[in-house]
Design a protein around this ligand. Structure first.
Ligand code: NAP
Length: 583
């Protein structure tokens, strides 16, 4: 008679599935710090569908997704599943694992009981019409990340997965190494090999952001295996050796440059020139590292907002910038002239499909992909691992936690076809990477008419605006406009023509006008020549929050207020700051 529950580490006979299992659970009433949110519990072992597999988990990989799941933000994953009809009031996370197949559904043909496997985290319904027609499952509306968007991930004795998620475990890796690489490596594989004509190939050059990070360390190795050359970006010279051992030709310390961030406005000649100088010297550094004047055919992007302008600029004509995250922010600014004139591609990429995950795994099986495991934890330490990650105090590289394996270092048998060097990260190296968004979370779409949340108190523009318009004509000189500004102590003058506001001359426009000109030359210019045309307006009855969105969206500081279609005043960001912060 089989046992109802096995102690942790007491492996049930092969193929015997106990009724209950040990697991780390998150529940809604303890959402918060990972240290508190994860609790050990005993739950029923999940049943499986015909296309599913039950895997006895030996080790699980740690990813940031389950820090988010623990906190219950930005999505309550339990609530979302309950809404979709699932009944469990808990979440068992874990989107990476190694283990042994214990049970298979009747339609499963690719694995059998006893197989040692690793799992990728991409799930989708096999009944999805798009998938049935041969479409990429990554575009299926049913696509979900196992162990984040689905329940019964790898932080338990048994995990429920779709058969298509199972891939052979590299024999030369121990359990915790095998549990560490799949999510990041498969993501990097799709980025580098998933975009047709721009796939990395022999002779290409790739620029890899975050070369010592989870994705970057995988990318360097994938580029090397393709016979291409990589230049790795890091934040300190202490990480050069690590990236070079993984296969980078050379490295660049991003802290040697200062031009990061959103692009200066193209009208800001001085700012743009300074940015160009910075990005050009960065480009020269790439040449120096490569030992030849070549631009990267492919740029492997994930920092986003602060690096995209540079990535687009340095990318080779006809090359591709491929991006899977916006760690530093989501508003990527692009100088479109470089994009269209030099016909570059900016490509979004998310995780990987079954075929791509298996292609990546071939590299791991052959020994050409080091899992870059930087730290492994015991079962008891699972919340600690997540807390460290949440606090950005975890080491670079990939982390794993033992589940069924009783000791570190077990599970390896055999040697890889290709011997690999195990690189080690500098001591005391910790992350500084912000994690503003989980790997997968629903984005608002056209169909989801979500109610707008007004963050202010219903204040209208009319309550805060400055009544009356201080204006000039398009033919007034800049000297005249400057005098109006100084006399009236205002930051902008509205340009009126035949009773209509046709533009605004702001202090910024004045400063831009002075660039490359003497004060006299600037003063004799006309308002028409320097104004920002197409004056943005709002109605006096518009909510203040809407007016603010209008200004931030257009990166402008003021709006002309109209009342019954007639210009009636001005509302500026200064007025907003005065109201929301005071002073
Ligand atoms: P990671 O291990 O934390 O590495 C990120 C690297 O980015 C760090 O090593 C850091 O290296 C670098 N970095 C940090 N701030 C930077 C900045 N301001 N400018 C340039 N580089 C900076 O994280 P990861 O696992 O590689 O993941 C990176 C991002 O991709 C995360 O946002 C993650 O959520 C996302 N992701 C997306 C997918 C997907 O399928 N869409 C899959 C996996 C991960 P240095 O400080 O040495 O420069």
């Amino acid at each position: 008679m089989s046992k109802q529950l096995y102690d942790l580490g007491d492996q049930p006979p092969l193929g015997e599935v106990p009724e209950k299992m040990h697991a780390w659970l998150i529940r809604a009433d303890r959402f918060g710090k990972p240290m508190d949110a994860f609790q050990k519990e005993v739950v029923s072992t999940p049943s499986i569908a015909d296309d599913e597999v039950l895997v006895y988990v030996m080790a699980a990989g740690i990813n940031y997704n389950n820090v988010w799941a623990a906190m219950g933000i930005p999505v309550n994953v339990i609530g979302a599943r309950n809404k979709a009809g699932e009944t469990e009031d808990f979440h068992i996370g874990g989107s990476d694992a190694s283990g042994i197949v214990y049970k298979v559904g009747k339609d499963v043909t690719n694995v059998k009981v006893g197989d040692e496997v690793v799992m990728h985290c991409g799930t989708y319904s096999r009944n999805c019409e798009w998938v049935k027609k041969g479409g990429d499952p990554m575009y299926s509306p049913t696509f979900k990340i196992w162990g984040y968007e689905t329940n019964f991930g790898s932080f338990a004795q048994f995990t429920r997965v779709q058969a298509q998620q199972c891939m052979p475990k590299p024999k030369h890796m121990n359990w915790e190494e095998a549990a560490a690489y799949t999510l990041v490596a498969a993501t990097a594989w799709r980025m580098l090999h998933g975009w047709e004509s721009h796939s990395i190939k022999k002779g290409d050059v790739a620029l890899i952001w975050g070369g010592a990070g989870g994705l970057g360390s995988m990318a360097i190795q994938i580029v090397k295996a393709a016979g291409a050359t990589s230049v790795a970006m890091v934040s300190g010279e202490d990480k050069f050796d690590y990236c070079m051992k993984l296969g980078a030709k050379g490295c660049i310390n991003r802290n040697e440059f200062e031009h990061w961030g959103m692009l200066p406005h193209w009208k800001d000649g001085a700012g743009y020139a300074k940015w160009l100088k910075g990005v050009r010297s960065f480009g020269s550094k790439i040449w120096e590292v490569l030992g030849e004047k070549r631009a990267p055919n492919l740029v492997f992007e994930h920092p986003g907002e602060t690096t995209i302008p540079t990535s687009i600029f340095v990318c080779e004509t006809g090359g591709m910038v491929v991006v899977c995250a916006g760690t530093t922010g989501y508003n990527a600014t692009v100088d479109l002239r470089y994009l269209w004139m030099r016909q570059k591609r900016l490509q979004g990429s998310h995780f990987a499909n079954t075929v791509q995950s298996n292609e990546m795994n071939q590299l791991a099986l052959s020994g050409q992909l080091d899992p870059c495991l930087s730290r492994a934890f015991t079962y008891e330490e699972l919340p600690v691992a997540h807390q460290l990650m949440g606090d950005n105090k975890h080491p670079h590289g990939n982390m794993a936690v033992l589940i069924g394996a009783t000791q570190f270092g077990l599970g390896a048998s055999g040697k890889p076809a290709v011997a690999m060097v195990h690189p080690t990260l500098p001591k005391g190296d910790v992350h500084t990477t912000p994690h503003p968004y989980p790997l997968s979370a629903p984005l608002p779409g056209i169909a989801e008419g979500e109610p707008l949340t007004i963050t202010d108190d219903g204040t209208k523009v009319r309550d805060l605006m400055h009544a009356g318009i201080i204006s000039c004509t398009p033919e007034d000189t800049v000297g005249t406009v400057a005098k109006i500004m100084v006399d009236k102590e205002i930051h902008a003058v509205v340009v009126m023509e035949q009773g209509k506001a046709v533009g605004v001359v702001s202090q910024t426009d004045m400063v831009l006008a002075r660039q490359g000109r003497t004060p006299d030359q600037a003063r004799s210019m006309l308002a028409r020549e320097i104004m920002t045309p197409g004056c943005a307006t709002c109605d006096a009855d518009m909510l203040l929050s809407d007016a603010v969105s209008l200004m931030t969206g257009r990166r402008m500081h003021r709006l002309v207020v109209t009342d019954k279609d007639q210009p009636a005043g001005v509302i500026s960001m200064t007025d907003v700051v005065r109201k929301i912060i005071g002073g």
